[in-house]
Design a protein around this ligand. Structure first.
Ligand SMILES: *[C@@H]1O[C@H](CO)[C@@H](O)[C@H](O)[C@H]1NC(C)=O
Length: 335
């Protein structure tokens, strides 16, 4: 393999961007493990009383991740996130204004390897969410597992991340005063296993839980498509049925976390590593689908809203694809 090194005279601005993205990759691959290790070491050290106090806090605070979380506007505005945004660069676009008196479920597609677009747009203010959608508070939903990790949970909750459990989603979209946005990467972990440049396959056919909850609580459904999300990383070939894919599926059913074997570039060279490529991401927020509250939706209600949702998602993709460099014959596939 030929290694292509980064030039030495990279401007400081670009170095800061790479550093911001590097810490973000680290946060989502290794920070949880580091936090857990730090907690265990603390518990075994002379400072065990601190670990005990923290454990008490954890017990008192256990439900916060399913009750709207605990965002920090200060942290969401860190200038580090602006460097993160400019690395790709990442842009958030709206198609219509959203009424802040209602609650929304944003279906985010595609998941990509690390959901970079959803994180940058909805867990930070770098792309101007609060300016685009005044009065709305975005919450990205993440597997409940992560909110059990000491310290790490406090960090991610600052960004507005909350648990992806049913009760957490219900809590957000049932607030009578409105103003909540629950962002769900609908394809979830399994979709990450197919995230590679050019992929346009979405795992949505069997994902209906969010539709049911939208009906139950009368939350408006908004399709969101993130162009460029799958272009950030390459992934080792794992076609359905291959030994690697079978192993990945098994790990995923045991742990709930997908393990895509992805690679892109490094910090000082462009040939391998876990830093994403510098490719633009454009996240388009579609028009809300009005949902009439149906306390106990029948399966026909769910099916028909699911169908409309997929039609509207297709429409959103088709309307904007040419602007972002896709060809007329490229279409979404739903599985
Ligand atoms: C969603 O799709 C339906 C059916 O194709 C269409 O009637 C409706 O206008 C679309 N709604 C939005 C908000 O795009």
């Amino acid at each position: 393999m030929r290694i292509e090194f980064a030039p030495l005279n990279v401007p400081l601005r670009r170095r800061l961007q790479t550093a911001a993205v590097m810490q973000w990759v680290f946060s989502f691959l290794a920070l949880a493990q580091c936090c857990l290790a730090a907690f265990i070491l603390l518990a075994l050290s002379d400072w065990w009383i601190v670990a005990l106090l923290y454990a008490g806090w954890l017990w008192l605070d256990w439900d916060t991740s399913t009750n709207g979380g605990r965002r920090s506007q200060w942290m969401r505005r860190w200038s580090m996130w602006e460097h993160f945004r400019d690395y790709f660069p990442l842009t958030l676009l709206k198609t219509v204004d959203l009424d802040p008196k209602k609650n929304y479920i944003f279906g985010f597609h595609p998941h990509g390897v690390l959901v970079a677009g959803a994180f940058g747009n909805f867990c930070t203010e770098a792309t101007g969410f609060s300016h685009l959608f005044p009065g709305l508070k975005p919450h990205l939903l993440m597997l409940p597992f992560w909110f059990r990790v000491p310290f790490f949970r406090d960090y991610i909750m600052c960004g507005g991340l909350v648990s992806s459990s049913k009760s957490s989603l219900s809590y957000l979209v049932s607030r009578p005063e409105g103003g909540n946005v629950a962002v769900i990467a609908v394809g979830g972990a399994p979709e990450a296993l197919d995230a590679r440049p050019g992929a346009l396959t979405l795992q949505v056919q069997n994902r209906k839980g969010f539709i049911k909850l939208a009906l139950k609580h009368g939350a408006q459904l908004v399709p969101v498509f993130s162009f460029g999300e799958n272009e950030l990383f390459d992934q080792i070939e794992n076609p359905t049925g291959s030994p690697l894919r079978r192993l990945q599926n098994r790990l995923q059913s045991i742990m709930g976390i997908a393990m895509p074997l992805f690679h892109a570039r490094g910090v000082f060279q462009y040939s391998f590593g876990l830093i994403p490529y510098r490719k633009p991401i454009h996240t388009i927020v579609g028009k809300p689908i009005p949902v009439v509250q149906t306390p106990s939706p029948s399966s026909e209600d769910i099916e028909s809203l699911h169908k409309v949702y997929l039609q509207n998602l297709t429409e959103l993709f088709e309307q904007h694809k040419r602007t972002y460099g896709l060809a007329d014959d490229q279409h979404l596939t739903f599985i």
